[in-house]
Write a protein that binds this ligand. Structure first.
Ligand SMILES: Cc1cc2nc3c(=O)[nH]c(=O)nc-3n(C[C@H](O)[C@H](O)[C@H](O)COP(=O)(O)OP(=O)(O)OC[C@H]3O[C@@H](n4cnc5c(N)ncnc54)[C@H](O)[C@@H]3O)c2cc1C
Length: 446
């Protein structure tokens, strides 16, 4: 049988290759790294995590991304299996040791006899054969041109920002303390997964002033099509209102200052462990486009980080994605050339987990098609189905922007109470329904 080809061995491409091999079909992975670099990847490994080391909430009852984890595990996903193997304590989140994780994904694929690797950049969309394009937000320039040439509409481009990473030994623990919000987690390590830096009102006001005054990187004209709201740079959040950060990543709730339990901090900056050794911590939610020098000055104003040394400073990045509602069908095929499927962030989902989930689906769909079967997407009542439904039909093509999975994409449950108060009952009802429907979808394939 002719192999299925995949362009890009990132989160989506790696998962797609695994699913195809599990279906008993040969697959060829074309990856341009390390021969051709991107500004964000550091290695030649598969499924490299370019920024945060977290797959976000692992709560499959109250959280739509946790439910997506559950679905990927139920479908025998490689990314979730390797994440479990290299998991780090992170409260209710699924965080991993990033290098060990991507090496494990690479080794699992290398050990799979049906998977072969063909290193190098694919510069043009192929015309023959069955292909999955999983080239991500940093799709190479040449291939991007080729995609634009075929779709006639151009992939959109916008910028996300990267959060800085601090060396743990440079954090002043006589000021900071370890605690997960609301002491969440089953083990002591999870309950103490975060390092917290407390701020008084005066500290906070001074910090906001410094943030607003800091030198920022200028965008070139026409470079930004607007920010994605889930990943706003902190200085942009501060520009939207002085209190915005205190209600966002710097909210002081669910935390008690171990050095001074009687005094409630006015704001708190949290750092999350970034590697298994516990030597690196990232500043949670602090993506930024401040210039490097300014970042050091501003971040060292945070109590406890006055002597911080940075393993990596924040930055800005490009993000290419298709106008999927117009260009892609619900089997993830390009309408204009159905032998090409798209998967991952380039389809307009946002995030590691969502990208890997679209890889899982594209892999299964391509394998089914090669075997003469048609595989419909999972029902829209599941996290995976809700995402596909959104990018290939639910979203308005005119205003299409990348999307994280969330319960807002789920079809409502008639009998349930709406609003904030109804969440306690509504979310478990959503995820119960999702699990039953996903299992049924899986059973239909065996
Ligand atoms: C700088 C940055 C930071 C991000 N931070 C986060 C974060 O913290 N959390 C989060 O959940 N998501 C984050 N994202 C978004 C997204 O989840 C990740 O980019 C994720 O890796 C997307 O998975 P993917 O498989 O679609 O793409 P990738 O993982 O990027 O994989 C695409 C692969 O295709 C290869 N490739 C590209 N063009 C070609 C070509 N022409 N030929 C051959 N190979 C090619 C690339 O080298 C790469 O290995 C970030 C994105 C960027 C760019």
């Amino acid at each position: 049988m002719e192999p299925i080809h995949i362009i890009g061995a990132g989160l989506a491409g790696s998962e797609a290759a695994w699913q195809i091999a599990r279906a008993g079909l040969p697959v060829v992975l074309h990856e341009m790294r390390p021969q051709v670099a991107t500004f964000a990847h550091r290695t030649g490994d598969c499924a490299e995590m370019v920024c945060s080391n977290s797959f976000r909430s692992d709560d499959d009852r109250m959280n739509a991304v946790g439910q997506l984890h559950w679905e990927m595990r139920a479908a025998g996903g490689l990314i979730m299996a390797m994440a479990a193997r290299h998991r780090l304590p992170a409260g209710g989140a699924l965080a991993v040791d990033r290098d060990a994780f991507s090496q494990a994904v690479t080794q699992a694929l290398q050990a799979e006899p049906l998977v072969s690797f063909q290193p190098g950049e694919i510069r043009e969309l192929p015309t023959e054969g069955r292909w999955i394009v999983a080239t991500g937000p940093l799709t190479s320039e040449a291939l991007g041109q080729s995609i634009r040439g075929l779709t006639g509409e151009g992939s959109l481009a916008f910028f996300d920002a990267i959060a800085p990473i601090v060396h743990a030994e440079s954090i002043d623990m006589s000021i900071c303390w370890r605690q997960s919000r609301y002491d969440k987690g089953e083990t002591e390590a999870e309950r103490t997964a975060y390092i917290n830096c407390p701020m008084t009102r005066e500290d906070y006001e001074g910090f906001i002033d410094a943030l607003l005054a800091a030198d920022k990187t200028e965008f070139h004209e026409g470079e930004t099509a607007g920010y994605f709201d889930g990943c706003l740079p902190i200085e942009v959040m501060a520009e939207r209102g002085r209190e915005t950060l205190r209600h966002g990543p710097m909210k002081p709730v669910g935390l008690t200052n171990a050095h001074n339990p009687a005094e409630k901090p006015y704001a708190v900056v949290q750092l999350r462990r970034d590697n298994a050794l516990g030597t690196l911590y990232n500043i949670v939610g602090f993506q930024t486009k401040m210039k490097y020098g300014a970042q050091i000055d501003v971040f060292r104003r945070i109590p406890g980080l006055q002597d911080a040394r940075f393993a990596r400073l924040g930055g800005i990045h490009r993000n290419s994605f298709l106008n999927s509602p117009r260009l892609i069908d619900d089997r993830l095929r390009l309408r204009a050339r159905p032998n090409l499927r798209f998967a991952g962030q380039v389809t307009g989902v946002e995030g590691y987990v969502e990208s890997a989930a679209m890889g899982l689906l594209a892999g299964r769909m391509a394998a089914a098609e090669a075997l003469g079967r048609d595989l419909p997407p999972p029902p829209a009542t599941t996290s995976m189905g809700a995402l596909v439904n959104h990018i290939t039909g639910g979203a308005d093509a005119k205003t299409f922007q990348p999307m994280n999975v969330n319960f807002g994409l789920y079809p409502p449950l008639d009998a349930m109470r709406g609003g904030r108060k109804g969440r306690k009952d509504r979310y478990p009802a959503y995820t119960d329904r999702a699990k039953a429907d996903f299992q049924q979808w899986l059973a239909g394939q065996s």
